[in-house]
Ligand binder design. Structure first.
Ligand code: GLA
Length: 347
């Protein structure tokens, strides 16, 4: 058995570019942020999980062997992780969990993946088990979200949270699951995030509908994934499948161009790519909202080189890129990459 109590931390993420590409076998370029979720776990000797979300003062309690599916919100994530660990035949022990977070919920910064990964790492450590490799762990956490929360999300958030590194973004290829660090040498330029103020919950938004539309587009094109789509043929699909496919195809190309822009320190080009991504997410993928547009406008009026909605959309946050000397609008926060999920030393 592990020393106890144990604690694990998993970060949220920001995605620089490559939105709604993960579940289409495409490319994305996220980095883990400093904010995240911490889970402290104490063994209770029983076969139940007693969980407490300290920030909201809420509790949950369920049987390890058979958590019931009648929970929503943060409880569904915790139950889903316990159930998926059990389904993977990983050891589990009865525990009391204390959960705290510094990443706002529904702000497009992946508080969900941070919660999933931190709960999984804490439960495994408490049971004295080594975690599975990062890609397997990401898949397990994503299944909890898909099947217990009902959000049919891809692997972007979990991979970013698990593989995050200081001073680098991660170019992720979701077809091969290859992950390549891309150094961020910004020379005084800054990534900032501005909250639109509108909360989103992916399970209830148009997110699942977008994913289903991409699946229909693939079926009509006779391909397994939109990564294999030929640009010319996608345009012949009926609306809105054509628009969805066109977004995904062009967004994958923008990821490659962003990697080149960062490697050649062409930050003005990086800004233009953010704008192009946003226009596509707004007009072709249709995941923007008036509150998101207002936040994009505020960043642009402040002089951002580019700005775009991040994460699933339908609310959440906007990412902007500011040149040296440009003042961020009130409420904007600077983001820097941080290390991925880890166990914390206990005092
Ligand atoms: C959410 C999902 C991810 C990804 C993004 C859009 O963050 O959890 O899997 O699909 O939206 O890029």
């Amino acid at each position: 058995m592990a020393r106890e109590p144990v604690a694990a931390f998993a970060p949220g993420r920001i995605n620089l570019i490559g939105e709604h590409t993960d579940y289409n076998g495409g490319l994305a370029l996220p980095f883990a942020i400093a904010e995240g979720v911490t889970v402290r776990a104490t063994a209770t000797g029983g076969r139940r999980i007693e969980a407490r979300a300290l920030d909201v003062g809420e509790d949950d309690s369920f049987e390890l062997a058979s958590p019931r599916r009648d929970a929503s919100g943060w409880r569904a994530f915790v139950r889903g992780i316990a159930a998926e660990l059990a389904a993977a035949e990983l050891p589990l022990a009865g525990a009391r969990l204390e959960i705290t977070g510094t990443v706002p919920q529904g702000a497009g910064l992946s508080s969900s993946a941070a919660l999933e990964v931190a709960v999984a790492l804490a439960l495994l450590e408490l049971a004295g088990a080594a975690p599975p490799d990062g890609r397997t762990l990401a898949g397990l956490c994503s299944r909890a979200e898909n099947e217990w929360v009902g959000a049919h999300t891809g692997l972007l958030d979990q991979l970013a949270s698990i593989f995050g590194r200081r001073d680098a973004a991660l170019r992720i290829d979701f077809r091969s699951l290859e992950i390549e660090p891309v150094a961020l040498e910004l020379g005084g330029w800054r990534w900032v995030i501005l909250d639109s103020g509108e909360r989103h919950a992916l399970a209830g938004s148009g997110y699942n509908q977008r994913r289903a539309e991409c699946a229909r587009a693939c079926e009509a094109l006779g391909i397994a994934s939109l990564r294999d789509a030929e640009p010319g043929r996608a345009g012949a699909l009926p609306s809105p499948l054509a628009e969805r496919a066109e977004h995904v195809i062009a967004e994958n190309e923008r990821v490659e161009r962003m990697v080149t822009a960062l490697r050649t320190r062409d930050l003005a080009e990086a800004g233009r790519l953010l704008d192009a991504s946003h226009a596509s997410l707004r007009d072709l993928y249709e995941v923007s909202t008036p509150a998101v547009e207002a936040a994009v406008d505020r960043l642009c009026r402040a002089g951002a080189a580019g700005a775009r909605v991040v994460g699933g959309g339908f609310g959440g946050s906007v990412l902007g890129l500011l040149a040296p000397g440009v003042r961020a609008p009130a409420g904007a926060r600077m983001l820097t990459p941080g290390p991925g999920a880890r166990l914390l030393a206990q005092r």
